[in-house]
Structures are given as structure tokens and as C-alpha cells.
Design a protein around this ligand. Structure first.
Ligand code: HEM
Length: 125
């Protein structure tokens, strides 16, 4: 049965479900699989669980800097962020009750927007 509240188990399910989709995606799969070697996926998924746990549950477990790796990916544009958000939307819709899905989406959209602004600024647009 699916959990009904936002807890660590739900974050693990969302993160793993989402990157399963990402890795198979025609547009985003090659970018992620190119940047993250096979052996580095388990630590990446752990890091992403820490990130969402810090972001939504305020556990303070993530101490990284989310922006720099995205500035280093060449040619990241609107269509990539739209696909990312659409896969994330499908994932949280399938795995979470509506209020929790909304919480994830609200945060993901804000961060995606701030990344896009930072990328544009970085390019001097
Ligand atoms: C890390 C790609 C959007 C959060 C990464 C990495 C890649 C990547 C390849 C791993 C970099 C590395 O370890 O070398 C993308 C692409 C995106 C996207 C292609 C959209 C077009 C987002 C969004 C969020 C996000 C919207 C947040 C809601 C993160 C975080 C990390 C990460 C927290 C880990 C950073 C760290 O601690 O080093 N991303 N990302 N990404 N991404 Fe994204």
C-alpha cells in the first residue's frame, strides 16, 4: 500500500521512481547517464534523498550545493526543464497523495525556475 504522509519512505520511493524514468527518457537519459557513471548512481540517489529530506522535512541532511553541476551541463534549456518537471509530475502523482504531490511540485518548479535564471545569467543572456 502507498504511504499516506510525507515521510522518508515516500521520499525514497519518489527519488528512485523518478530517476528510473529519467534514465530511460530519450531527451534526459543521455544527459544523466553521461554525467553519472553506473557505479555513482547509488550515491547520487542517496544524495537526492538527502536533498529532498532537507528541502521538505527540514532534516538538514543535505549539505551540498545544488546549482554548480547544472551550470556545468552544456546547452541545458527550456525543453530539458519542461521534460524534467513533466516526469517529476507523473512520478509524484502516481506515488503520493495530492497534497504531498503538490508540495513536491511546488518546490521543484521554484528550483527549476531559479536554475533557469542562473543558467541564463551565467551565459550573459
Ligand atoms: C545533480 C541534471 C534539474 C536537483 C544533477 C546531476 C545531473 C543533473 C547530471 C549530477 C551532476 C554530478 O553529480 O556530476 C539535471 C538536468 C535537469 C536538472 C538535466 C533539468 C533539465 C534539477 C532540478 C532540481 C535538481 C529541477 C531540483 C528540484 C539536483 C541536485 C543535484 C543534482 C540537488 C545534486 C547536486 C550535488 O549535491 O552535487 N542534476 N538536473 N536538478 N540535481 Fe539536477
Amino acid at each position: 500500500p502507498l504511504p499516506q504522509v510525507l515521510d522518508e519512505a515516500m521520499i525514497v520511493a519518489v527519488v528512485h521512481g523518478f530517476y528510473d524514468k529519467i534514465r530511460k527518457d530519450d531527451l534526459l537519459g543521455p544527459i544523466f547517464n553521461g554525467a553519472i557513471a553506473e557505479a555513482d548512481w547509488p550515491p547520487h540517489l542517496n544524495n537526492m534523498c538527502d536533498f529532498w529530506s532537507s528541502t521538505l522535512l527540514r532534516t538538514g541532511r543535505y549539505e551540498g550545493r545544488p546549482l554548480p553541476p547544472h551550470l556545468a551541463l552544456p546547452g541545458l534549456g527550456k525543453e530539458h526543464f519542461q521534460r524534467w518537471l513533466s516526469l517529476f509530475q507523473t512520478t509524484v502523482h502516481d506515488l503520493c497523495p495530492p497534497e504531498v504531490a503538490e508540495l513536491f511540485m511546488d518546490r521543484a518548479m521554484r528550483i527549476a525556475h531559479s536554475f533557469r535564471l542562473a543558467i541564463a545569467f551565467n551565459r550573459g543572456e
